[in-house]
Design a protein around this ligand. Structure first.
Ligand code: NAI
Ligand code: MG
Length: 349
């Protein structure tokens, strides 16, 4: 009996519509080789959808999306729709309604690629970003708009439950890796939420004596992940700090074109979602030059999550064969198109 998986596919906007179809072809080929079945259900939720219907998805969109084994998303956002509408109309509701409170973002050097760092560093760490609360909150408001007394308040939300569960998840991962865990904080400046975060981190570290812990303020942490990336293995961070670190990390290993991510609901009560870290890249959209590796690597994470470990490992090995060769898109110095990179990976499979 082979395993069957239903995947809900949201290509979304911009290069999402280029990298997702290429990744699906790769997945189809892989499923033949490793004898599992995939059923794709497509959703056209996007900025184009918004311009037609006045909403980023239909009313029972979340209900429809819930029915699957995993979700694959390309990117959301285009210049003709304000970012807060597109993001808060699609991506953030999915992450929150499906309680995908873990955002895993691996930062890892791939064979053959140097990032912006002059010397090659063997970078390999994992960012565990809190994905359900924190600084990304819609609590707050504005008073006296357009007057000289105009004032805005933007609240951050750190719950005990939310902070504990992400920190515990990071410790669990650290146990399975190098048994070191770094916490990103800023408790010297943000004296309520970040002290709360630090206290919870310290309490949970007492329950995990085998894991060596460290704590860095986010500003110097940004400097050290560039200067001494080998100091880090698992980094746990709030929503905002994790978001910043996970653009900084990949630029050191090769750029946004190769940065994957997973939005996990670890309890499996709701589907998890896999997506590249990058956005819709309107500056290169339509040219067929977007690097599909970030999305294909996100598919590797999805296969691991689904339990297809062998297929995941094989696909990752093929990605590295591509990066080792010159068969890459222009962002990595090659001259292949998005489609051609996909075809090269399919050949290798
Ligand atoms: P972006 O990630 O779309 O692009 C940043 C830079 O990286 C651009 O120069 C782009 O060409 C390059 N790039 C990104 N992905 C690439 C790929 N696969 N291959 C080669 N080069 C690549 O970020 P930006 O420009 O800040 O945002 C554009 C839109 O995407 C905005 O509307 C933003 O809100 C949205 N966005 C959505 C995200 C999501 O859906 N998860 C994440 C980040 C941004
Ligand atoms: Mg980001």
């Amino acid at each position: 009996m082979h395993n069957k998986y239903t995947l809900n596919i949201i290509p979304g906007d911009g290069i999402g519509k280029e990298v997702v179809p290429v990744s699906l072809k790769v997945l189809e080929k892989l499923s033949e080789k490793f004898d599992f079945q995939l059923k794709f259900k497509f959703f056209d939720y996007s900025c184009d959808y918004y311009l037609k219907h006045g909403a980023m998805m239909d009313k029972d969109g979340m209900k429809k999306l819930a029915d699957c084994d995993a979700i694959l998303l390309g990117a959301v956002g285009m210049p003709n729709v304000p970012d807060h509408i597109s993001l808060w109309g699609l991506l953030i509701p999915i992450r929150r309604a499906f309680d995908q409170y873990v955002n895993l973002r691996p930062v890892k050097s791939l064979k053959g690629i140097n990032g912006v760092l002059k010397e090659k560093k063997n970078i390999d760490y994992l960012i565990v970003r809190e994905n359900s609360e924190g600084e990304y909150s819609d609590l707050g408001g504005i008073i006296y708009p357009d007057t000289e007394n105009e004032m805005v308040i933007q609240h951050s939300v750190f719950s005990k439950k939310g902070t504990e569960r992400i920190v515990k998840y990071a410790f669990e991962l650290a146990h399975h890796r190098k048994k070191t865990l770094t916490s990103a904080t800023k408790s010297n400046g943000i004296i309520h939420s970040m002290i709360f975060w630090d206290n919870i981190f310290e309490n949970i570290s007492k329950q995990n004596p085998k894991v060596i812990t460290s704590k860095f303020h986010i500003d110097i942490l940004c400097a050290q992940v560039v200067k001494n990336p080998d100091w880090f293995d698992v980094i746990v961070a709030s929503n905002l700090f994790g978001d910043i670190l996970s653009d900084l990390g990949p630029v050191c290993t090769g750029g946004m074109g190769i940065a994957p991510s997973a939005n996990l609901n670890p309890e499996g009560k709701f589907p998890s979602m896999f997506e590249p870290v990058h956005g819709s890249a309107p500056d290169i959209y339509g040219k067929n030059i977007a690097n599909p590796i970030a999305t294909i690597w996100s598919c590797v994470m999805m296969l691991e999550y689904l339990g297809e470990k062998e297929a995941a490992a094989h696909l990752f090995a093929c990605i590295e064969k591509i990066t080792e060769s010159t068969k890459t898109t222009p962002d990595l110095g090659g001259s292949l198109t998005t489609t051609q990179v996909g075809e090269s990976i399919i050949e290798l499979l």
